[in-house]
Design a protein. Structure first.
Length: 532
């Protein structure tokens, strides 16, 4: 172990002059073929510190299983075609008695640390940051001299902060030694400020250690309690964000229901299948663009939006003209007919696309996430939030600033009076039903980015969508928005505490209790027809 420590100290001293500037010495290579793990670790660390290009090549060969040793301890890099001396890089004739240099998990761990050690002197801040993150995860005491040297020269704040985290984590990961109490207390305080699961794990070990100094142990216990509280807060916020994205999907689906139920009084049990068709249309558009115009594949999801709206809206108009218009005023028969239609549509999709899930690819610009404190904001869910807001704004513009919207609002408030004023209510009914189905198609486009696309997709959302419509107030878009977000966030926040099924039951009971006291929902629509 003393040899390993001296090698790491030498590596740290060489960091100030730049890694790889000195030529590799023979002693740096000798331990690679040795039988002792400590000797191999020392050689790997020394080569990473000042082995130069040939040292880097040897370490890469070791990682790729291309490093071999001869009977006399000579090292060769042999990739199956070319053989060269590992120390000099010159072409050589490989002896027949070559044996591969052993590579196991312990050696891979040392290699990972060696890569990080070499990258600490990179001119690129991002490379140094990655190296500091790797050392933070390793907690290797032999890297302390290198970390301290890098901390003393680092000028980029974010890299310096990560180096300090790695130093504190490395100090606390080791058993306490005499005279290190002040250093360990400082490390506890720093990791308490950092927070996170990694820091909590280290601090929990310190808090539970029987050989730790009482002051350090008590400080670690307080730090663990503080981190636990912060993690709970961030967990609630994370679930609330998931609830917002789920509520956005419910908003898109429920606005269509609010229009059809508000204008025509139709309970459309096939509304979920319009969502499902919208998701399949998204997949078809993506596949078609991939085969015909691959250059447009990154924006296939954007092209699918108007296509899904038109396809689902057209299907909605056909359904209203061929089925729904014969059942007005007969709510039970309408419910049964649309439920039967939903089963037919599901079976058609199974026959065409098969019963298994299909994958709608998320474009690269919607992949990844943004970290805000302890909140992981995924870009696809953030895009769904923005998309739902834009759709709601567009729908409000249609309802308030267009002739169709004026007629729909008139029919919603008093159908008979609207007909007497010359409004063709059958046409309004067909267009309203088509608009509602089109909005469900848009919901299908959104949900394809966060859920499995299958023939049963719509069944997962139809009940919640109806709850949103009733809870918010039939025909009121502001009520639909408030109810969708309340139910979406409420369910996701409750799920980690009481389970998914219990959360659904609790939300349903709360909605029923509220409806008992406020039968027309949170934002009831007022009109002569309704009031009478």
């Amino acid at each position: 172990m003393r040899k390993l420590g001296l090698a790491c100290l030498l590596a740290a001293l060489c960091l100030g002059g730049g890694l790889g500037e000195a030529s590799a010495q023979a002693d740096d290579f000798s331990g690679l073929a040795g039988p002792q793990f400590e000797e191999m670790s020392a050689s790997i660390t020394a080569l990473a510190a000042h082995g130069g290009p040939q040292g880097d090549a040897a370490l890469q060969a070791l990682e790729d299983r291309h490093l071999f040793s001869g009977a006399d301890g000579a090292l060769f890099i042999h990739d199956g075609a070319v053989c060269q001396n590992a120390r000099t890089g010159e072409a050589a004739s490989c002896p027949e008695d070559l044996k591969p240099v052993r590579l196991n998990n312990r050696i891979r761990t040392v290699l990972a640390g060696a890569h990080a050690l070499r990258e600490l002197s990179s001119a690129e801040p991002d490379v140094r940051l990655k190296a500091a993150q790797a050392l933070y995860a390793r907690h290797d005491m032999t890297m302390l001299p290198a970390l301290e040297q890098a901390m003393s020269t680092e000028k980029v704040p974010r890299v310096h902060e990560k180096l300090m985290q790695a130093h504190a984590a490395t100090v606390l990961a080791q058993a306490p030694a005499e005279g290190t109490q002040a250093t360990r207390l400082k490390a506890v305080g720093y990791l308490a400020e950092v927070g996170g699961l990694e820091a909590r794990g280290l601090l929990a070990n310190v808090a539970a250690s029987a050989v730790e100094a009482p002051e350090v142990r008590h400080a670690a216990q307080r730090a663990v309690s503080r981190i636990d509280w912060h993690l709970r807060v961030w967990s609630v916020l994370q679930n609330a964000f998931y609830g917002l994205s789920y509520g956005s999907v419910l908003l898109l689906a429920a606005t269509g229901l609010a229009i059809t139920f508000g204008v025509m009084g139709v309970i459309n049990m096939a509304h979920g299948e319009m969502m499902m068709i919208g998701a399949y249309v998204t997949w078809l558009v993506q596949q078609g663009i991939r085969m015909t115009v691959p250059a447009l594949e990154p924006i296939a999801i954007l092209i699918a939006i108007p296509v899904a709206f038109v396809v689902c809206g057209g299907i909605g108009v056909v359904i209203e003209r061929s089925l729904i218009r014969f059942l007005y005023g007969r709510p039970l028969e309408t419910l049964l007919a649309t439920w039967g239609l939903s089963l037919v549509l599901q079976q058609v999709i199974r026959s065409v696309f098969g019963p298994t899930n299909i994958a709608v690819q998320t474009p690269a610009w919607l992949s990844g996430s943004l970290m805000v404190g302890g909140l992981d904001i995924t870009l696809n869910r953030l895009a769904i939030l923005v998309f739902a807001g834009l759709v709601l704004a567009g729908l409000m513009f249609v309802l308030r600033r267009t002739t169709l919207g004026l007629q729909m609002r008139a029919v919603t408030q008093n159908r008979r009076m609207a007909a007497l004023m010359g409004i063709r209510t059958p046409k309004v009914d067909a267009l309203a039903f088509g608009l509602g189905a089109g909005l469900a198609g848009l919901a299908g486009v959104a949900v394809s980015q966060i859920d499995n696309v299958s023939p049963n997709l719509g069944q997962s959302y139809i009940i919640d969508s109806f709850m949103v419509v009733v809870f918010g107030g039939v025909g009121n878009l502001w009520g639909t928005l408030a109810a969708a977000m309340a139910l979406g966030m409420g369910g996701k926040v409750l799920e980690p505490t009481i389970g998914a099924v219990s959360a659904k039951i609790a939300i349903l009971v709360l909605v029923i209790v509220y409806i008992q006291r406020h039968p027309r929902g949170m934002f009831p629509v007022r009109g002569r027809g309704i009031e009478s």
